[in-house]
Design a protein around this ligand. Structure first.
Ligand code: ATP
Ligand code: MG
Length: 573
């Protein structure tokens, strides 16, 4: 391709909405245009990278027995009613009506449609396993679309779904996809980490996210400095401090704590450490109030509450609900003497602790010397706290460190969450009707391409990993008014193409500096420049974008040099 003919324009000024470098670079390199908030046109350079990623994904999935399908974007509400998600998916689901008044939505994910598709075909255990995937435009009406392709409203996703005869086989499918994702992101040349993850609105009870490590990432990851443990903050665990204090239990005592709501204030007033407090918070879990208790120095992790109760939604209760449940103003809740009987959940760090303090369920009062089992019992116990960097690894004696990541993919073990509700069943070996066990697997295609830029750029521009580069090499004739330079450049361009290198030639009538700047900005992995002087010496100036290394290479050796460099880069990882 001649650069003069590529549909693009490099920009100096970028729209203000672009606040992270990869988003700015997509604009500066002329790869995307914004059509509406979170909705973009992909111009040719961007689309080439996207297609390359798609091909890598395709190869790795097909190799593992997956089959590609394509499902519609527009989905009928009936299927979402069957799964139960129509009512709780919330405003991210863009609902539309057809001319007859029928309810539809733009698919944010395809569990319902694929489960319906498979149940229409599935008869016998002999047909399974199935692992079907597609590349498709998803729509999620994100509350805050931002960062360009990273959090768009319309975006391209690879979504895949597995169907197996039982849990054991379904877990095999899950780990096979986990391994495929490792292979895919390695081939992309990305630095990434698979981490233990919460399942959120998709559901199921085992999940991993694939996180590309970058400071601009929206996710916080905790990983052990000694072993392989790594988890999203939503899911991160630490060693439980077991709390047998060995003290005598004292009798309950109510203390007047006027207007003191925060644990810190009451602790100071009572002259007791915050760790002696039961932080008691009331949440609405699927609209039902639940009292969640964690140590006074810790925060409640809502994602863990959601996961524990397999809930579709979790939110802090309003003051009105709190008053109704506790009989007191907000800030004075506790496990003893609740006005209304509600579910209670106790964090593991509090079991066995003696003589603790909590709100008295009476405005302006706290209770001290609260003891579990004597004064209250918890309906459920589990891990409900947010874990921080510096805490102990749950699996070894290492320490947890934090870093930021961009979630580019996620795999979910779904079990029978959808197949049960939608009756996706088959006749098993014993002749019994059984529901299929499912998994689902997503990759954000645009987000991954942008994450590659976020992780690989400098002040001059993008530094594409070879596998995702829109073009692998650019030929730069530096003097367009010299026929010899132009001819030698076109000859080189032709030879590169013949050798299977994806090359372009910057044939624009521009100064050398301009072309170098654009080449750095667009981020071609290899630049091959021709000027009269180098030609006279029978060499080309070759620059490797990634390292900035420059070398004069004999004309007849350039193609081989580029080919070898390309092979080396592609085989890495
Ligand atoms: P997030 O937590 O970032 O909102 P998610 O966990 O809801 O994402 P999944 O349902 O796991 O997303 O979707 C699979 C993949 O699709 C994600 O790993 C991500 O790479 C991509 N993705 C999700 N939402 C968006 C979006 N708004 N824009 C671009 N890509 C997205
Ligand atoms: Mg996800």
């Amino acid at each position: 391709m001649k650069v003069s003919q590529i549909f693009f324009q490099t920009l100096k000024e970028v729209p203000k909405e672009a606040v992270i470098e990869s988003h700015r670079l997509l604009y500066r390199a002329g790869m995307i245009q914004k059509l509406a908030s979170g909705i973009y046109n992909y111009l040719p350079l961007a689309l080439r990278s996207i297609r390359k990623l798609e091909n890598i994904i395709r190869e790795e999935l097909n190799k593992r027995g997956c089959q590609e399908v394509l499902m519609p974007t527009v989905q009928p509400s009936e299927l979402w009613m069957e799964s139960g998600r129509w009512n709780y998916y919330g405003p991210e689901l863009l609902r539309i009506k057809d001319r007859k008044g029928g309810d539809f939505c733009l698919g944010p994910t395809h569990e319902e449609v694929i489960t319906d598709m498979v149940r229409k075909n599935l008869r016998s255990y002999k047909q399974l396993p199935y692992n079907l995937y597609q590349f498709q435009g998803k729509f999620r009406d994100e509350i805050r679309p931002r960062f360009g392709l990273m959090r768009g409203r319309e975006f391209i996703m690879k979504d895949g779904y597995s169907f197996d005869i039982n849990e054991e086989k379904a877990k095999e499918s899950y780990w096979k996809m986990y391994e495929a994702y490792n292979a895919i992101f390695s081939r992309c040349g990305l630095k990434f980490k698979p981490v233990d993850a919460a399942t959120g609105a998709i559901g199921g009870d085992m999940s991993h996210e694939f996180q590309v490590l970058a400071d601009a990432g929206e996710d916080l990851i905790l990983s052990c400095n000694k072993c392989g443990y790594a988890a999203n903050l939503e899911k991160a665990r630490t060693k439980v401090i077991s709390g047998i204090d060995g003290q005598e239990m004292k009798s309950l005592n109510e203390v007047h704590t006027p207007s003191m709501k925060a644990v810190e204030d009451v602790a100071k007033f009572m002259n007791r450490p915050v760790t002696d407090f039961i932080k008691s918070m009331i949440f609405l879990v699927d609209n039902e109030p639940v009292l969640v208790m964690v140590p006074g120095d810790r925060e409640v992790n809502e994602a863990k509450i959601q996961a524990y109760f397999k809930a579709d939604s979790v939110a802090l209760a309003s003051d009105a609900v709190i008053e109704e449940v506790t009989g007191a103003a907000t800030g004075f809740a506790g496990p003893v003497g609740l006005k209304k009987k509600i579910k209670t959940a106790l964090d593991n760090n509090l079991t066995g602790r003696i003589n603790l303090v909590a709100g008295a369920n009476r405005t302006d009062h706290h209770l001290e010397n609260i003891n579990e089992n004597r004064d209250f019992t918890a309906d459920v116990k589990g891990d409900f706290v947010i874990v921080k960097a510096g805490e102990r690894c749950p699996d070894c004696d290492g320490t947890l460190e934090e870093c930021r990541g961009i979630e580019v993919g996620q795999v979910f073990y779904l079990g029978t969450k959808y197949s049960q509700k939608m009756n996706c069943s088959f006749v098993d070996e014993a002749g019994k009707s059984t529901v299929a066990v499912m998994g689902c697997y997503g990759i954000g295609v645009g987000r991954t391409v942008q994450a590659a830029i976020e992780q690989n750029h400098d002040e001059q521009g993008i530094i594409w990993p070879m596998a995702l580069a829109p073009y692998e090499a650019v030929v730069l004739p530096l003097q367009m008014n010299k026929d010899t330079v132009v001819k030698a450049s076109f000859d080189m361009y032709g030879s590169l193409l013949e050798a299977g290198i994806e090359a372009v030639i910057d044939d624009r009538d521009e100064r050398a500096g301009f072309k170098f700047n654009d080449a750095d900005l667009i981020g071609y992995p290899v630049q091959i420049a021709f000027g009269q002087k180098s030609l006279d010496n029978g060499v080309a100036e070759v620059k490797i974008r990634k390292t900035g290394e420059k070398a004069e290479i004999k004309l007849e050796e350039v193609v081989n040099f580029v080919r070898n460099f390309k092979e080396k880069e592609l085989n890495r990882g």
